[in-house]
Ligand binder design. Structure first.
Ligand SMILES: *[C@@H]1O[C@H](CO)[C@@H](O)[C@H](O)[C@H]1NC(C)=O
Ligand SMILES: *[C@@H]1O[C@H](CO)[C@@H](O)[C@H](O)[C@H]1NC(C)=O
Ligand SMILES: *[C@@H]1O[C@H](CO)[C@@H](O)[C@H](O)[C@H]1NC(C)=O
Ligand SMILES: *[C@@H]1O[C@H](CO)[C@@H](O)[C@H](O)[C@H]1NC(C)=O
Ligand SMILES: *[C@@H]1O[C@H](CO)[C@@H](O)[C@H](O)[C@H]1NC(C)=O
Ligand SMILES: *[C@@H]1O[C@H](CO)[C@@H](O)[C@H](O)[C@H]1NC(C)=O
Ligand SMILES: *[C@@H]1O[C@H](CO)[C@@H](O)[C@H](O)[C@H]1NC(C)=O
Length: 876
């Protein structure tokens, strides 16, 4: 999502909207073979037993709402028309307040007295399920404390298909299973304190450039096949739905030529029917491009409520237009009832009807105590908008633990690390110290200056403070001299025994801000370090014989220019630590703890090592086309298939100690059949009268005090009456091909939240004993990769991550047994013909590989043989 006046060149838009009109809303042909089929109607929500009570409560309210109240709840009141980035209309007569929707995945955006948590990619690098959950509980507490109803996170899409993609850092890594655990555990943590989580962005939003529909051009079309969708990009969404996520945000881009915000196959078919999603679907900010069509395709909430062409002028596809569309018979009232019921059921499910649920007490539009209540109205009543509520609690602790346990030691020659307490340090690079202009001097962190703690855009937060690496050195009383420059300083003379610490970084962000020529995606920086970081490392390495490189980064960078220099002894990726950059790093550098992070992506030796289809798509006339010809083969799946050795493999990460994996066992649990058992039937959903309500339900009330440009759901009497007349005329809405209003039983692959519940039956339990075989305490990560049986009819990546567990801190000589599992879904492929998950060979020998990294697999268990052994030649 975006949220900046600067994002919308209003004058240009107003001018050209007259010229171009709505032509771009028509679908433009996509490459042969890709089709966005129709799927109607929008499935009713409420059919899974875990939501029955919430739907019962919601339906009692909905059955008593007027048309204008209902359409008020399904849209925002307009961009900059309230304290939060999204503010729904209310139905106060029925006790339904405006809902506050607020960014973003790493903490409450644009506020004060908050925590700037480590970014998603950092969380992924911990490979620690407990920390994933604990961070999310803390995030949930902060959103609740600020009075936010709907948290706009976690982000599990982009998946990191394109290494240059701008927003990969908001998610958890370039693998669907790592991404799925990160997303699902975040949802469970956030919702445990009653905040509605929003999984986003559905789907295949893999680059920033050309993502949005505007009046010049339709948004980019991600063209991908059904199997790739299911086995990669949809996987984390399925797990998020299974965890009971309350909201889904659809992406800006199109899939197979149809905008995600009105792609009926995606929302109605895949999300609501196959995955059994019971919450509500919102648009990304200004991603909605139609009124009736998006409603029929399953969109439930329009955000921020404005039309996408020229926002801020009081125009909407919904609100008053939704009222009109129901009165004139184009949107069945049944569809509106379902959308409102979904929103209110989610609100009830999280317990937000409780009088204890806080009201918004901050304002995303200003840091001042007082300001306009409706900044978008230009002339607005003023009042207290920021109450400076401190929601930090003790959350710095979990933030620091995540930042620390994510730190990934890539290289450590001859035990250069940890540093001794008395080491003499020379520190280079502006990334080591806070932005001298102020830690929040750039709106939405839209600059790269000083320590990089997060990327830029709507997924950023303001820092309450930044504990920089230099702060960390100071706090330790370390013996250091800092050269706050990115050019090698002539006054730096090495003394014998010096260790040089070089800080470099690489940034990216969201498309509405361009930083140093990078419009979100890393177009001009490529996969190189920013601010001449490579040269700085080389210059330092030429003078100093003991060099440690610390990298703050959004994703992979190419290390080759200096990786093998003899004086470059150690390399650490500290990812994006948020506010806790300093002490977390010191704890690792000085050996209070051993590093235990592992790469959530592959680091290649050259960008050419990726398939060409993973390049950013540049300008194209018409609709830019991004065709996922690589299929399943992204990141390590590709490197393994192509036989290319990256610099560091997915999952790589060293420790100061060593571990062994022994005594593995594999136990079959649920017997497998080719197809999962038949799904359960849908339960009952609320039913309401289907007759069109009287137009009077949409009339403006007498003497209503309107706010200029605010979005309302009312119509003038004349307009409402005219719409009602259309309904009884012969004039009919041109429904899309395949349109129907008869509810379906749902596809075989569905049956509960996340899909057929049998998909999540445990097929095999695997245990492994990890022992600390070195001389320092440390935590190990057991990564479980699955290799499908030989000779099956499906081409599958040679190994795919399916589960992982991190040990507690193990003292030298200490052991812990870790439990892992494989579900039926884990051992299945998506069969595009049967439209179901299929176990390709129920008698086949799957190899279950366990190790510390995707290229360090030391234990093999066979599902058929039941044998686990060490010392077998790994498949990669
Ligand atoms: C996109 O087109 C491919 C190829 O026809 C098809 O397999 C897939 O299901 C389509 N996906 C969507 C979301 O429309
Ligand atoms: C609807 O609300 C009115 C009061 O506004 C109340 O009298 C009536 O009982 C309510 N109906 C239902 C079905 O709750
Ligand atoms: C819609 O919500 C707005 C904002 O809370 C409110 O002013 C308006 O009265 C609501 N409309 C209806 C029909 O309740
Ligand atoms: C009903 O109103 C909607 C919203 O203005 C409009 O898009 C649609 O075409 C109308 N339907 C008919 C049949 O005129
Ligand atoms: C590491 O130590 C070994 C001997 O233990 C030595 O041969 C090698 O040169 C050392 N490497 C570096 C980079 O110092
Ligand atoms: C630091 O102290 C250790 C003994 O604790 C000593 O061996 C080493 O030489 C000292 N290093 C420096 C740089 O003073
Ligand atoms: C592994 O199993 C053997 C035999 O049961 C046992 O002697 C050994 O202690 C176990 N090793 C670890 C590390 O638990």
């Amino acid at each position: 999502m975006l949220n900046s006046l600067a994002a919308v060149p209003l004058a240009a838009l107003i001018f050209s909207s007259c010229v171009l009109g709505a032509a771009v809303e028509k679908r433009i042909p996509v490459p042969a073979g890709y089709v966005a089929p129709p799927y109607y109607p929008a499935p009713h929500g409420g059919w899974t037993s875990d939501w029955t009570e919430a739907y019962r409560k919601a339906s009692l309210i909905v059955s008593n709402l007027t048309l204008a109240e209902k359409t008020n709840i399904t849209a925002g009141t307009g961009i900059f028309m309230g304290r939060c980035v999204g503010n729904t209309g209310s139905a106060l007569r029925a006790g339904i307040p405006q809902l506050c929707l607020q960014d973003g995945p790493l903490g409450v955006r644009n506020t004060d007295h908050n925590t700037a948590f480590p970014a998603g990619i950092t969380v992924g690098a911990t490979w620690d399920k407990a920390l994933m959950y604990e961070r999310a509980v803390a995030i949930g507490e902060e959103f609740r404390g600020k009075g936010v109803n709907v948290h706009l996170g976690p982000s599990v899409g982009p998946l990191g298909r394109k290494p240059r993609g701008g927003r990969n850092w908001e998610g958890f890594g370039s693998d669907p299973v790592l991404q799925a655990f990160g997303g699902a555990l975040s949802i469970e943590g956030i919702q445990s304190v009653g905040v509605i989580a929003t999984i986003k962005h559905l789907i295949a939003n893999e680059q920033e450039m050309y993502r949005m529909y505007n009046i010049f051009q339709p948004g980019i079309s991600s063209n991908l096949d059904d199997r790739t969708l299911h086995e990669l990009y949809l996987w984390p969404f399925a797990e998020g739905v299974r965890s009971g996520v309350g909201a889904v945000m659809v992406a800006y881009n199109a899939v197979n030529g149809s905008a995600c915000s009105q792609n009926s196959y995606l929302i109605n078919g895949i999300l609501k029917d196959e995955l059994g999603f019971q919450g509500f679907v919102m648009s990304d900010w200004l991603a909605q491009i139609s009124g009736v069509d998006s409603a029929l395709a399953g969109l439930d909430l329009s955000m921020p409520g404005d039309v996408h062409t020229v926002p801020l002028l009081g125009n909407s596809y919904w609100m008053y237009e939704y009222s009109r569309s129901v009165l004139n018979g184009s949107i069945p009232v049944d569809r509106l009832n379902d959308a409102v019921t979904r929103i209110l059921a989610t609100w009830f499910k999280m317990g937000q009807d409780s009088p204890n649920y806080p009201k918004p007490n901050f304002d995303t539009n200003t840091q001042d105590a007082e300001g306009p209540l409706y900044p978008g109205a230009l002339i607005s009543p003023r009042g207290v908008v920021n109450e400076f509520v401190n929601v930090q609690g003790n959350h710095a602790e979990v933030a620091r633990a995540v930042a620390r346990d994510a730190i990934t030691l890539l290289k450590n020659m001859n035990g250069s690390l940890p540093l001794s307490r008395n080491a003499t340090l020379k520190v280079f690079g502006t990334d080591a110290e806070k932005n001298p202009d102020g830690i929040n001097s750039c709106a939405d962190q839209g600059c790269n200056k000083g320590t990089l703690g997060m990327g830029w855009g709507s997924g950023s937060a303001r820092y309450p403070y930044m504990d920089s690496p230099i702060d960390g050195l100071k706090a330790r009383g370390a013996n250091y001299k800092f050269f706050n420059t990115d050019s090698f300083p002539s006054n730096s003379n090495p003394s014998p025994g010096d260790t040089a610490l070089v800080f470099i970084n690489a940034d990216s962000g969201e498309n509405y801000i361009t930083v140093d020529g990078n419009p979100g995606d890393r177009t001009s920086a490529g996969l190189r370090a920013w601010r001449n970081g490579d040269k700085l490392v080389k210059d330092v390495a030429a003078k100093y014989s003991n060099v440690v490189v610390v990298v703050h980064t959004v994703g992979p960078i190419i290390l080759e220019e200096w990786h093998d220099l003899p004086s470059v002894k150690a390399i650490l990726f500290a990812h994006l630590p948020g506010q806790e950059a300093g002490d977390s790093l010191m704890q690792v550098l000085f050996g209070d703890v051993s590093p235990s992070g592992h790469l959530p992506y592959t680091i290649p030796k050259s960008e050419d090592d990726y398939p060409d289809s993973l390049d950013l798509v540049g300008f194209q006339l018409g609709q830019p086309q991004d065709t996922f010809t690589e299929g399943l083969y992204i990141d390590y799946r590709h490197f393994n298939k192509a036989g290319i050795k990256g610099r560091y493999a997915f999952g790589h990460g060293l420790s100061y100690t060593t571990f062994s994996f022994t005594n593995a066992t594999i136990t079959p649990v649920t017997p497998l059949s080719t197809l999962p058992p038949t799904r359960p039937a849908k339960g009952a959903t609320p039913s309401y009268p289907t007759s069109i309500p009287p137009p009077s339900e949409a009339y403006w009330p007498e003497s209503f005090n309107r706010i200029w440009r605010y979005l309302y759901s009312f119509l003038d009497k004349r307009d409402a009456d005219a719409a009602a007349a259309v309904a009884s005329s012969t004039s009919k809405y041109p429904y899309p091909a395949g349109y129907s209003n008869v509810q379906k039983p749902g596809p075989p692959a569905g049956g509960a939240q996340g899909g057929n519940p049998a998909l999540f039956d445990v097929a095999y339990r695997v245990s492994v004993t990890v022992s600390n075989t070195g001389s320092r305490p440390g935590k190990a990560v057991a990564q479980l990769y699955l290799q499908f049986p030989q000779g099956i009819a499906w081409d599958t990546p040679v190994i795919q991550l399916r589960d992982f567990e991190k040990s507690r801190t193990l003292a030298p000589g200490e052991s812990q047994t870790l439990e892992l599992r494989l579900t039926r879904k884990d051992v299945s492929v998506w069969d595009v013909v049967r439209q179901n998950w299929v176990v390709p060979d129920t008698e086949g020998e799957y190899a279950v590989w366990i190790g510390e990294a995707s290229d360090r697999l030391t234990v093999r268990c066979g599902t058929q043989s039941g044998v686990c052994e060490s010392g077998v030649k790994p498949p990669v």
